[in-house]
Design a protein around this ligand. Structure first.
Ligand SMILES: Cc1ncc(COP(=O)(O)O)c(C=O)c1O
Length: 359
């Protein structure tokens, strides 16, 4: 007789992780990572932290929270750290949701959001993106009811790469009642040229229910260590997150690396500039192939392949040529589509040559 699991295990979707990692010469354009390795000073900070691995990490993440507090001018008590920002998302779901409650988010959007409702028994209310693959915040505001506990806005949106202007987010927040927690997931905000990455910070003072979710996984290149953070409008969510999570959720190497990474904003800017240069040239070549990439404000692009094209066959063809990207089908697209991370120039060239051959 098989093991009898909780009912919710039948509901929780399996995270659609990219496959094919075994090959050595692979061009990895499937997980929106940065192609740039950790900075030398960050590696040194990790090496220094190795010496005390016989001790548990600081459970309060004090140094990292203080450094973030100084960097963003948000009190440390309003900053939550996570074992990746996904950890914060899932814990927020646990703290906010339960049967009878509702969570509102756009779709297609980040593939972890459906886990929150499935794990808690809450109802997921999904709102289609507009024709430009952007959030329709007016439609989302109309879906807020007395049962809503959480609304999530992914800006720029994964997987479609598009961003919405600050004024729209401010307008949405003005519509949402105070008891509804609003998470603006800003994992890719540094790549957004529509606004300054920190343009949303002043909204925290007016909206105690607002949470700006950030990560060290993308522009800081530390996804292998798993560390993210949330800048919150009040201390309510950080306190609740600590109640539902295990202690010591952020390891010592991650705390040390993230703290050091914050001291190197110049390197962050340089990486953003290089990524945006690739964004412009890859999108141009995609258009030359007759494709129409969405207007990317992120470190990845999103484009439909055409209704008559076979997404699976193209994914397989790219994989056979050593190029790993994501198919839209696994990410919520109803038409054949691809999501491709911008890599180094030579990696992008390999992807584009392979795609041209397959089309
Ligand atoms: C929109 C979005 N939010 C959050 C994350 C999670 O990042 P992490 O858990 O590595 O901080 C990702 C990762 O791909 C993402 O695309």
């Amino acid at each position: 007789m098989p093991i009898e699991f909780a009912e919710r295990i039948r509901r929780i979707p399996v995270y659609p992780a990219a496959g094919g990692y075994a090959r050595a010469d692979l061009v990895k354009l499937a997980s929106n990572e940065t192609p740039f390795p950790p900075l030398p000073a960050v590696r040194e900070a990790i090496e220094r932290a190795l010496a005390t691995l016989n001790r548990y990490p600081d459970p309060a993440n004090s140094v990292l929270r203080r450094t973030l507090s100084e960097r963003y001018d948000v009190p440390a008590g309003r900053i939550a750290i996570g074992n990746g920002s996904c950890d914060i998302l899932l814990a927020a779901g646990e703290a906010l949701l339960e049967p009878g409650a509702e969570v509102v988010y756009a779709w297609p959007s980040f593939s972890v959001y459906p886990h929150l409702a499935a794990a808690s028994g809450a109802r997921a209310v999904t709102v289609p993106l507009d024709s430009q693959h952007r959030h329709d915040l007016e439609a989302m505001a109309r879906e807020i009811t007395v049962a809503t506990r959480l609304a999530i806005v992914c800006n720029p949106n994964n997987p479609t790469s598009t961003a919405i202007p600050l004024a729209d987010i401010a307008g949405f927040l003005a519509e949402v009642p105070r008891h509804v927690c609003v998470i603006v997931d800003e994992a890719y905000c540094e790549f957004n040229l529509l606004e300054d990455p920190d343009a949303t910070l002043p909204l925290l003072d007016a909206h105690p229910n607002l949470v700006l979710l950030r990560t060290f996984s993308k522009v800081h290149g530390l996804c292998g260590l798993r560390v993210g953070f949330a800048l919150c409008g009040s201390e309510e969510l950080p306190r609740a997150l600590d109640q539902v999570r295990q202690p010591f959720f952020c390891n010592a190497l991650a705390q040390a690396a993230a703290t050091e990474a914050l001291a190197h904003q110049d390197a962050v800017l340089d990486r953003v500039t290089r990524t945006i240069a690739e964004r412009i040239s890859v999108d141009e070549r995609l258009r030359a192939l007759g494709l129409e990439p969405a207007e990317s404000q992120a470190n990845f692009c999103w484009f439909a392949l055409g209704a008559d094209r076979d997404e699976e066959a193209i994914l397989q063809g790219l994989a056979d040529r050593g190029v790993l990207v994501r198919g839209g089908g696994a990410l919520g697209s109803e038409v054949p589509a691809l999501r491709v991370t911008y890599g180094l120039p030579e990696e992008n060239a390999r992807f584009l040559d392979a795609l041209a051959e397959l089309l």
